[in-house]
Design a protein around this ligand. Structure first.
Ligand SMILES: NC(=O)C1=CN([C@@H]2O[C@H](COP(=O)(O)OP(=O)(O)OC[C@H]3O[C@@H](n4cnc5c(N)ncnc54)[C@H](O)[C@@H]3O)[C@@H](O)[C@H]2O)C=CC1
Ligand SMILES: O=C(O)C(=O)[C@H](O)COP(=O)(O)O
Length: 386
């Protein structure tokens, strides 16, 4: 390319040089990206922490594309982009597997060991890429699910969908996977306020890995003061990167918005934008993603008969380590900066599907692990050691 197109990208996007070989790539801190940073950009690539709006883009006169390597789009002023005629793209489903891995890890950590998962009812609010995959994995594991997704119910018919109040009062575990929206009949901002939170069953588990403001955090804090039976896991927070420390102290698991942070998911997000750019410019597609993904550092494990499902999950992903790091960051002088630092320096995490598990004989454990996405070697190939 004689005059390589100028790409301005969030510095936290992996493999930019490999994927955008031949382009001129400038990396910028996403949270503080300014109008000056992007004024000469042909292509802007962001993550969820950059507000893409008139204030950022008014000086950028050559923009041919804006891409966000995320599922969520609530940080894009879509009306402004449409008005300017700037094509914009997200990366639907890119890190959905990782979020489901996080939810399953959280459920297994929060429920007592050997709790019969089969007897649970899991309520899923928002059944798109993430919630839909979660429902599939849980159903394969024999777990009962309830789904609340009014936009889908409207489009597809009510059958198979549950009202929000019914779901909240009947589920042992409630998982939130809606986008953050503030307008329209299905707006999700503060969808769970005090009244809704009070509907939760005694001892219910509530997991929010969608967007922080979908739950009214102040209301949650108040309700938790009165209901110490509730078990809450929050990966996302209202007013991120600032965290309400009082609320953080009350939750059973906390993390700095990393549910989707598998290496696979991050690379997939960037890759999907690279594909969109190829289509837009009519240039060659990038090499297949599998050629860019490194091998998982642990791709196979042999477990003993006594190993639990949580033991296997923990080989790939420890939600408890995320919680520990997050709690330490709360006492930092600059808590918000520490939140972002944890995200920037997040350890390499791979998805459940990268691990092959040997030695599992118990049929129920096999069903669960296979439903959750692990690869299981056939029982016949397992030779117990002396
Ligand atoms: N914590 C994290 O690291 C991550 C968080 N996310 C968040 O999760 C959200 C969901 O991701 P996907 O499943 O890929 O999005 P998606 O767009 O595929 O699915 C969202 C679903 O929510 C439904 N929905 C919309 N309004 C609703 C309402 N009022 N009540 C119930 N359901 C409603 C939609 O109909 C749709 O089926 C993203 O928008 C993003 O905000 C996504 C990835 C990572
Ligand atoms: O994909 C989404 O939507 C997410 O929430 C991302 O996982 C958030 O990651 P960052 O874009 O904030 O790095």
């Amino acid at each position: 390319m004689n005059n390589p197109l100028k790409i301005v990208a969030d510095e936290n996007m992996p493999a930019l040089d490999t994927m955008f070989n031949g382009f001129s790539v400038t990396r910028v801190a996403g949270r503080t990206m300014s109008a000056k940073d992007v004024e000469t950009a042909d292509v802007l690539l962001v993550r969820s922490v950059t507000q893409v709006n008139e204030a950022l883009l008014s000086r950028a006169k050559h923009l041919k594309m804006v891409g966000t390597a995320t599922i969520g789009m609530d940080h894009l002023d879509q009306a402004y982009l449409l008005d300017r005629g700037i094509p914009f793209f997200n990366a639907p489903g890119c890190n959905a597997e990782a979020v489901v891995d996080y939810v399953l890890a959280a459920i297994h950590n929060l429920l007592p060991e050997d709790f019969p998962l089969r007897g649970l009812t899991v309520g899923i609010i928002g059944a798109g890429n993430v919630g839909g995959r979660l429902q599939k994995r849980l159903s394969l594991a024999g777990v009962n699910t309830l789904v609340c997704d009014p936009p889908r119910a409207l489009a597809e018919g009510e059958e198979g969908f549950t009202r929000l109040d019914t779901l909240l009062s009947k589920s042992d575990v409630v998982c939130l996977h809606t986008p953050l929206t503030t307008v329209g009949s299905f707006a999700t901002y503060h969808m769970l306020g005090e009244a809704e939170l009070r509907l939760l069953k005694p001892g219910a588990v509530l997991i929010n890995a969608g967007r922080g403001p979908v739950v009214d955090n102040q209301a949650l804090s108040r309700v938790m003061d009165q209901r110490n039976d509730l078990i809450v896991a929050l990966d996302v927070w209202e007013h991120e990167p600032s965290v309400d420390k009082d609320l953080a102290d009350k939750v059973a698991l906390g993390s700095p918005h990393i549910a989707g942070y598998s290496l696979d998911g991050k690379l997939r997000g960037t890759y999907m934008l690279r594909e969109r750019l190829s289509e837009l410019l009519g240039i060659a597609a990038p090499p297949p993603l599998r050629e860019l993904l490194p091998l998982a550092p642990i791709s196979s494990v042999t477990v003993t008969e006594s190993a639990s499902v949580l033991d296997v999950i923990s080989v790939v992903y420890s939600v408890v380590s995320d919680d520990r790091r997050f709690r330490r960051s709360l006492s930092a002088v600059n808590q918000a900066a520490s939140f972002d630092l944890l995200r920037k320096n997040y350890p390499v995490r791979r998805e459940f599907s990268t691990l092959t598990v040997n030695g599992v004989v118990d049929p129920y454990k096999r069903q669960l692990l296979s439903a959750f996405g692990f690869n299981l070697s056939p029982v016949s190939t397992y030779v117990p050691s002396e």
